[in-house]
Write a protein that binds this ligand. Structure first.
Ligand code: ADE
Length: 267
């Protein structure tokens, strides 16, 4: 069950927990439309996060509103120019009155983790610059951005989806966004392990049965089963995470028991 929250301004504390996120993008509608759903929508309505979009094209001096140019040294593709981005950044700071931490989304960035999302959620303001085309003039990363961020080792057509990933991961960590029951401390990754398998009604579907232990009502047994599943799943699917996870002697016993026992181990 989700607890209903009051808009921050109704509580007379408009800026108490509110965070401002500016997005500098050539595709403002992409960000606007995708932030109109679910938790991110609700967080905006509740005054917990304010999302504002700025188009660097609005800061170009020429008739064609040029935001990119061919690379010095030759080669294919176009490169996003530094001046419109610099002006857009200044406009965001002026509009918000805040000196937000600047994140540049690009595949060369440091791969984002849950720890980064948590760190950014503590900032009063973020400005996300979405890279595009063949890349962004390196001077943006070197002199204007605080961090370059990648969301994974694959190349997207632009930085808008990475910006939405950042917005989503950060917003759900802001106080008051998740209900008590779904507190972020219980997230997979927060404790260095993947989550456990979840089931709901019906108990059987095409003969695919929900594991008996979950129907037993035995709270302790359920907790042990879930922990064992987290451990085994992480070891199998993410050995890199498993190697770094804080594993106790009890965990080791639990895994050994579960592997030897007849418990089914779902995917
Ligand atoms: N732009 C294109 N691909 C990207 C990625 N994987 N992460 C962040 N920005 C990107």
């Amino acid at each position: 069950m989700r607890t209903r929250r009051f808009p921050a301004h109704d509580l007379g504390c408009h800026n108490a927990f509110s965070m401002r996120i500016d997005v500098i993008t050539l595709f403002p509608d992409l960000i606007r439309s995708a932030t109109r759903y679910s938790m991110v929508k609700r967080a905006q309505e509740d005054g917990i996060v304010q999302i504002s979009v700025t188009d660097p094209r609005d800061f170009t001096p020429d008739r064609h509103r040029t935001v990119d140019d061919s690379p010095f040294g030759g080669g294919p593709g176009m490169v996003m120019k530094v001046e419109p981005i610099e002006k857009a950044l200044a406009a965001c700071r002026e509009a918000s009155g805040l000196n937000g931490r600047v994140l540049l989304t690009e595949p060369q960035g440091k791969p984002m983790t849950q720890a980064d999302a948590r760190r950014w959620a503590n900032e009063p303001s973020l400005i996300i610059v979405c890279g595009h085309y063949g890349g962004v003039d390196q001077r943006v990363a070197d002199h204007l951005a605080d961090e370059s961020v990648s969301i994974g080792d694959y190349v997207l057509t632009g930085g808008e989806i990475p910006a939405l990933v950042i917005i989503d991961a950060v917003t759900r960590l802001l106080p008051g966004v998740l209900g008590n029951e779904e507190s972020p401390e219980k997230d997979s990754f927060e404790e260095g392990l993947l989550g456990y398998p979840q089931y709901t009604r019906p108990e059987g579907h095409h003969g695919w049965r929900v594991p008996e232990v979950l129907l037993s009502g035995h709270h302790g047994a359920i907790q042990r089963w879930r922990r064992a599943q987290q451990l085994l799943r992480t070891r199998r699917l993410r050995p890199d995470l498993f190697a770094r996870a804080p594993i106790t002697a009890e965990d080791v016993r639990l895994m050994a028991e579960t592997v030897q026992g007849d418990e089914n181990e779902p995917g």
